[in-house]
Design a protein around this ligand. Sequence first.
Ligand SMILES: Nc1ncnc2c1ncn2[C@@H]1O[C@H](COP(=O)(O)OP(=O)(O)OP(=O)(O)O)[C@@H](O)[C@H]1O
Ligand SMILES: O=P(O)(O)O[C@@H]1O[C@H]([C@H](O)CO)[C@@H](O)[C@H](O)[C@@H]1O
Length: 162
Amino acid sequence: MSSLLPPSFETKVCSQEQLVERIAKLPRPLVFTNGVFDILHRGHASYLAQARALGASLVVGVNSDTSVKMLGKGDDRPINSEADRQALLAALESVDMAVLFTEQTPVNLIEKIRPDIYVKGGDYEIDTLAETHLVKTWGGKAIAIPFLYERSTTTLLGKIRS
Ligand SMILES: Nc1ncnc2c1ncn2[C@@H]1O[C@H](COP(=O)(O)OP(=O)(O)OP(=O)(O)O)[C@@H](O)[C@H]1O
Ligand SMILES: O=P(O)(O)O[C@@H]1O[C@H]([C@H](O)CO)[C@@H](O)[C@H](O)[C@@H]1O
């Protein structure tokens, strides 16, 4: 009988309990972004690769299922479970670690990680975000990455359902 090991990308899935110890081992500058990433698409993959290129490691904060419900994306969201969304992000070459957060915003998670660079997509007014003000308190930067590909989970779901 063969003894197949779990895929190595699963080690990039991080629990809240392991977070502080594992963050300390990641190379700096550390880039952080967050989101739902419900149905992963080309826009996400490009955005995450560009975010990773801004520093030496990339940590993604992933909304838990209960926190997605707080965002008003629809009663049927998320389509993919928090564990599946976290694992798919961990499977990307650009992502060094994926960790869940359970609140409406990632500010408490960002306080723990203290990233050097905070990133969101060009669909956000980055200067208005609480996350931006927070990272600036320890000398961090916030960067908005413009969309290269107009894609969204909501559009994909519309296509599937029509
Ligand atoms: N097409 C895109 N190109 C670049 N970045 C994107 C794109 N779509 C989303 N992002 C970024 O990816 C992160 C996660 O986005 P999100 O999960 O909201 O994607 P979405 O496809 O727009 O989903 P939804 O349709 O559910 O709002 C956010 O930081 C967002 O700015
Ligand atoms: O995938 P989304 O909807 O882009 O991610 C959200 O981003 C919000 C943003 O950081 C402004 O605060 C965040 O609050 C929310 O929890 C989602 O992660």
